[in-house]
Design a protein around this ligand. Structure first.
Ligand code: ADP
Ligand code: MG
Length: 292
C-alpha cells in the first residue's frame, strides 16, 4: 500500500464503513496484537429468537413462557426482547410484573401474579439454591448447538427453560479469517456460558474463549493482557462493554450498538461488519509507514 496521511486514511475508512475517532487510535491500532470480541451483537446478529420452551414435568409450556415474558417486559436486554416477542407470536397475553430487578450478568427477577419469578442462567439458579433437575441435560444439548438457555424459577422451584438462538452475522466468518491472516490473536469474551460460547467459537476458529464473564470482568481481562505486554483491541456493542472499550488500547464499537459503547470507542463499525477491522488495520499500517 502507498503511504497516506491521517486525513486520507480517515476518509477511506469512512467510505468503507469505519469511523476513526482520531490519529491516536489509528496509530495504536497499527501495534495491536490481540483482538477481543464480544459474542452477542458483535460476532452474532444480536437479535436472538426464541426457539424452545421446555417445561419441567407437570408445568405448562405456555404458562412457563407467559411468566418469563411478563418479567422480561421490564428488561431492555436483547434476550428479553426475544422472549417477549416469542410470547406475543404465540398470542400469549402478559401480566404486569412487580418489583422488577435486573441481576447483572445473571438474569432478571420480579413478582408475577403475586408469585416470585426469576429468569436467567446457571449462576442465577445457583444463587437461589435451585436445582436444574431433569432439564440440565436438555440445557446442555441446546448449548452445544450455540443456543442460550435461561431457566425459569417460580418460588424456589424450577418451572422450565427457554432457549434462544442468535445466528452468526453473515460477514463474520470471512472477517475473522482475514483478521487471523493479519496476525491477530482472537479472543471471544462473553457473559454467556462456556458450552454455548464454545459451540459458536468452534465454527469461527477463535483462538481463546473467556466465557461466563461479568461485564466488569471484560475490562479486567484486558488489563491483565496489557500487563503481560499485549496490545489489545476490543470490539463490542453493549452498554456493558463500554468500560472494556475504554480500557483497550483501541475500542471498536458496533454502529448498531449502544451509544455509550460508541462514545467509548476509537473506531466505530457503521454497519457492525467486522471486515471494517481488516480495513482499519491496513489503513493504520499504511499511515504509520508515512509518519515514521
Ligand atoms: P453478553 O452480552 O456478553 O452475552 P450479559 O452480561 O448481557 O452478557 O448477559 C450474560 C448472561 O446473563 C446471559 O447470557 C443470560 O444468561 C443472563 N442474562 C442477562 N440478562 C438477562 C435477561 N434480561 N434475561 C435473562 N437472562 C439474562
Ligand atoms: Mg453484546
Amino acid at each position: 500500500a502507498t503511504p497516506m496521511s491521517i486525513m486520507t486514511a480517515t476518509g477511506r475508512g469512512a467510505q468503507a464503513g469505519v469511523l476513526i475517532k482520531n490519529a491516536e487510535a489509528l496509530e495504536r491500532f497499527a501495534k495491536v496484537d490481540t483482538l477481543i470480541v464480544d459474542k452477542t451483537g458483535t460476532l452474532t446478529v444480536g437479535k436472538p429468537k426464541l426457539v424452545a420452551v421446555l417445561p419441567e414435568s407437570g408445568d405448562d409450556e405456555d404458562e412457563v413462557l407467559r411468566l418469563a415474558a411478563s418479567l422480561e417486559r421490564g428488561s431492555e436486554h436483547p434476550l428479553a426482547e426475544a422472549i417477549v416477542t416469542g410470547a406475543e407470536e404465540r398470542g400469549i397475553s402478559l401480566a404486569k410484573a412487580e418489583e422488577f430487578e435486573a441481576v447483572t450478568g445473571k438474569g432478571v427477577k420480579g413478582v408475577v401474579d403475586g408469585k416470585p419469578v426469576a429468569l436467567g442462567n446457571a449462576k442465577l439458579l445457583a444463587d437461589g439454591g435451585v436445582d436444574g433437575g431433569g432439564l440440565s441435560e436438555s440445557a446442555n444439548a441446546r448449548r452445544d448447538e450455540g443456543e442460550t438457555v435461561m431457566f425459569v424459577i417460580v418460588g424456589s422451584e424450577i418451572a422450565g427453560l427457554v432457549s434462544v438462538a442468535d445466528p452468526v452475522k453473515e460477514t463474520t466468518p470471512a472477517a475473522l479469517k482475514a483478521l487471523h491472516e493479519q496476525g491477530f490473536r482472537i479472543v471471544m469474551a462473553t457473559g454467556d456460558n462456556a458450552r454455548t460460547a464454545k459451540a459458536v467459537a468452534a465454527r469461527l476458529g477463535i483462538d481463546e474463549i473467556r466465557a461466563d464473564v461479568l461485564p466488569e470482568d471484560k475490562a479486567r481481562i484486558i488489563e491483565e493482557m496489557q500487563a503481560e505486554g499485549r496490545k489489545v483491541a476490543m470490539a463490542g456493542d453493549g452498554v456493558n462493554d463500554a468500560p472494556a472499550l475504554a480500557q483497550a488500547d483501541v475500542g471498536i464499537a458496533m454502529g448498531t450498538g449502544a451509544d455509550v459503547a460508541i462514545e467509548s470507542a476509537g473506531f466505530t463499525l457503521v454497519k457492525g461488519d467486522l471486515s471494517g477491522i481488516v480495513r482499519a488495520r491496513r489503513l493504520a499500517r499504511a499511515t504509520m509507514r508515512n509518519i515514521k
